[in-house]
Ligand binder design. Structure first.
Ligand SMILES: [Zn+2]
Length: 318
């Protein structure tokens, strides 16, 4: 597809106040992807604003800026579509979307990923206040901070993964390339779609969040002990059954999330925790069982996970 064709599709989208028109693919995804739209609308409903200014140096170091983003309720983004207009204006009808990908234009990680962080954070905070959890124990507080951070991450990764099912055309896939960390191949998308049919949206989303959480927390595969813990927590979810044909689907989900656990990211998580004053040792973090811990604070964690899923729940009619 040529750049000018993509720009034409983008410009043909109906105007919408929640769309960032200067972000590549934003209008296309907002109108064609129900998950992208739900995340954008909820972020704005939580009174977050998007800005082209970057007062917290987000684009220099996104993960160090996360605390400031939440404090200021401000999400910086880049007006990266201007680059496509420059290409087209200077050399009309020459460049293709593949050429653009080769240019490595900066993508807007704030369009979906950081929105998921702030949505999950708002939900966790509100349920923590409602259930009046106030611990003075430093270690307990640190464990909660860790779990909140990892749950935000798991929600973000699960949202991106599930949203990829809806990106079918070349223009939609190109838009996703500039707005999400996770993109799936056509084959992976059809496997995900068949899981969706078999298990239903709610159960699949629930499985994604927990599999992603365990994968990140332990940096290991899902074993039968984890599945038994999840089965006890959610006996009605078929993805947590011990049957061998379901294990295949679980492994597929695990493999899709595993890609995000590079040595680079593990190091980043570690620095993020130290930056936020967590003094637990690596070994203590890895020995923390997230499922058990969440089970000990159900009015905060289990309710929050359900609320997160309801935000990205796609009804069949859409
Ligand atoms: Zn993140």
């Amino acid at each position: 597809m040529k750049v000018h064709q993509f720009l034409k599709i983008s410009e043909s989208m109906p105007p919408q106040p929640n769309v960032l028109t200067r972000n590549i693919g934003d209008a296309i995804l907002y109108h064609s992807n129900p998950i992208f739209r739900a995340i954008r609308d909820k972020t704005i409903a939580f009174k977050y604003r998007f800005t082209t200014r970057d007062p917290m140096n987000y684009f220099s170091s996104p993960f160090l800026a996360l605390g400031e983003i939440k404090k200021r309720k401000l999400l910086p983004y880049l007006t990266n579509i201007n680059t496509l207009y420059t290409l087209e204006k200077t050399r009309p009808n020459i460049f293709t979307l593949d050429d653009v990908k080769g240019m490595r234009i900066n993508f807007n990680s704030s369009a979906v990923h950081e929105c998921c962080h702030v949505i999950a954070s708002e939900i966790l905070m509100s349920n923590s206040e409602k259930s009046k959890i106030t611990s003075n124990n430093k270690k307990q507080k640190e464990k909660e901070f860790l779990l909140d951070a990892m749950l935000e991450e798991a929600f973000a990764d699960s949202t991106e993964l599930l949203s990829s099912i809806y990106n079918k055309t070349e223009a939609q896939k190109f838009s996703a390339f500039y707005n999400t960390y996770i993109q799936c191949s056509d084959e992976e998308n059809s496997l995900l779609a068949s899981c969706l049919k078999r298990y239903g949206y709610f159960h699949l989303a629930q499985a994604c969040i927990y599999i992603s959480l365990i994968t990140h927390f332990m940096c290991k595969g899902i074993d039968s002990k984890d599945i038994l813990g999840l089965k006890k927590l959610y006996p009605e979810n078929p993805v947590f059954s011990l049957k061998s044909n379901i294990e295949r689907d679980r492994n597929l989900l695990f493999k899709l999330f595993e890609r995000r656990i590079s040595p680079f990211r593990i190091k980043l998580d570690e620095i993020f925790f130290r930056f936020n004053g967590v003094s637990l040792y690596k070994s203590q973090i890895h020995s923390l069982d997230p499922i058990k811990f969440m089970h000990s604070l159900p009015s905060k964690y289990l309710i929050s996970v359900d609320e997160m899923i309801r935000i990205i729940l796609v009804r069949k009619s859409k």
